[in-house]
Design a protein around this ligand. Structure first.
Ligand code: HEM
Length: 472
């Protein structure tokens, strides 16, 4: 009898305890819910402020909002309530210290097109595993082996522009694509290069199209090209498996993993990496040429620095090919790249989604809301970078304060391709500045959105490659 009462008591006590915890959680959550939302306006029902965003340069929209509401504000765009943040501290909170509370988020149609297994869409163990494999292929130790191959591609590209009027951005995209194929497949897969290019170009055309998968639509063509790309990749994988060689490229890294990736995971990530690498790096290269042509003194300083590298190699009777060490002796060029990354901020912002209600600085960021760290606003803050609209590479003679300069993002999703991007830019600039004269024709429209808002000069300044210098 005593045992039964004891049993009943324990039962009631546990139910009471569970109830108490539940009520406390609810109380805690409801008190959080009482926190105010950040200032700002949600615009019209359903459409929110999407029209305001699209009817002007998005960067002007973000800047005017920040001026009005401060460094954290709410809005509603593309069908989603959003919180936009534009202080270094808030960006660190979202991307680094509380990264687990903010998952990367993309529209479902983009996930389908790039491939659901691609690195950008994931968190946790799968993401960490992919990141390790991608970084293995793009870390300096791996890249130093392909400097001369990148140089070959750069010289070949420039040669094809000689005495021609070129659309800079388009040509830079081709250059970057060829470098990406080299870094991913090494030199073996040259056989498939044209097919890979053809399919990728069709895929890319449909990226910003309406996601209607009916015959004849751009989206449909893109999805078909994506399927074909996956088939080409399957052929490459099967040839490699038969050859049984070790490769130091990205595909080798994916295939060499002990708990190996499936073919589908490999295909999604290869397409994803090409996508992440191409427009971003090509945009930065185009902006650099534009800024150099507008700033003849800076161009002169870069040219002299690059010529000094050639002279020092001649004096040491070194091989004439560039080495990794040479690319690390380019402080002026490197500051030009940094300043361009800052001023052009080709990825103006990125997207996250709050996985829970989050409190930041007394405001509520509700679960499910999108959160956009605005890199460009931080890079253009006069408190951080005085006279932010002025192209002044010398500002990078002093290292920027932590979390104020994030052209490659920050935290666990920051760009694993940043070393490769800087390397290919430096190699191309070496040959352009030392062997050619740039003549700019035409104007430059400032923005076009690619991934997710990659700012690329849509109709770019055209350098005419016209005159070879003494160093041939
Ligand atoms: C100048 C050129 C580039 C810029 C400005 C750039 C910028 C960025 C930024 C800002 C992110 C972070 C996005 C986020 O947090 O949501 C990112 C991610 C990424 N980038 Fe780059 N990128 C460049 C070139 C490259 C190249 C050359 C590659 C590969 C060869 C690459 C591969 C990636 C990948 C795979 C991610 C996703 C990383 C992850 O989710 O863990 N990027 N990039």
């Amino acid at each position: 009898m005593e045992f039964t009462s004891m049993f009943k008591f324990c039962g009631f006590a546990s139910i009471f305890f569970v109830f108490l915890i539940h009520s406390l959680v609810r109380f805690f959550n409801s008190s959080r819910r009482k926190l105010p939302l950040p200032p700002g306006s949600l615009g019209w029902p359903y459409v929110g402020e999407t029209f305001q965003l699209y009817s002007q340069n998005p960067n002007v929209y973000f800047a005017s909002k920040q001026k009005r509401y401060g460094s954290i504000f709410k809005t509603h765009i593309l069908g989603c309530p959003c919180v936009m943040i534009s202080s270094p501290e808030a960006a660190k909170f979202v991307l680094v210290t509380r990264a687990h509370l903010f998952k990367p988020t993309y529209p479902a149609s983009k996930e389908r097109m790039l491939g659901k297994q691609a690195i950008f869409f994931h968190q946790g163990d799968y993401h960490a595993k992919l990141r390790k494999l991608v970084l293995r292929a793009f870390m300096p130790e791996a890249l130093r082996n392909i400097v001369s191959d990148i140089e070959f591609i750069a010289k070949d590209s420039i040669k094809s522009w000689e005495d021609q009027l070129i659309n800079t951005f388009q040509e830079m995209k081709t250059f970057v694509f060829n470098v990406a194929l080299l870094a991913i497949f090494g030199k073996d897969e040259i056989l498939y290069r044209d097919d890979l290019k053809r399919c990728y170009y069709i895929l890319e055309k449909g990226y910003n199209s309406m996601p209607i998968n009916l015959p004849g639509t751009l989206f449909h063509k893109s999805m078909k090209a994506r399927k074909e790309l996956a088939q080409i990749l399957a052929k490459i994988l099967s040839t490699r498996r038969q050859m049984k060689h070790d490769h130091n490229d990205l595909l080798g890294s994916f295939m060499g993993d002990k708990e190996s990736l499936t073919d589908e995971q490999i295909a999604d990530n290869i397409i994803g990496v090409i996508f992440a690498a191409r427009d971003t790096t090509a945009s930065v290269l185009t902006w650099i040429l534009k800024y150099l042509s507008e700033n003849p003194r800076v161009l002169q300083a870069v040219t002299e620095e690059q010529e000094a590298i050639i002279r020092s190699k001649e004096e040491c009777s070194d091989e004439r090919v560039l080495t990794w060490a040479d690319t690390k002796k380019m402080p002026i060029t490197s500051r030009v790249i940094q300043e361009t990354l800052r001023i052009a901020s080709v990825l103006s912002f990125t997207f996250r989604e709050a996985v829970d209600d989050v409190e930041y600085e007394g405001y509520l960021i509700p679960k499910g809301w999108k959160v956009l760290p605005l890199f460009r606003n931080i890079h253009h803050s006069p408190d951080i970078f005085p006279e932010p609209e002025k192209f002044d590479p010398s500002r990078f003679e002093v290292a920027p304060k932590p979390n104020t300069f994030m052209p490659f993002g920050n935290g666990i999703h920051s760009c694993p391709g940043n070393e490769l991007a800087k390397l290919e830019i430096s190699v191309l600039l070496h040959h352009l500045t030392t062997k050619y004269r740039l003549v700019v024709c035409g104007g430059c429209r400032e923005w076009d959105s690619v991934w997710p808002f990659c700012t690329s000069p849509e109709w770019s300044a055209h350098p005419i490659i016209s005159e070879e210098s003494d160093h041939t």
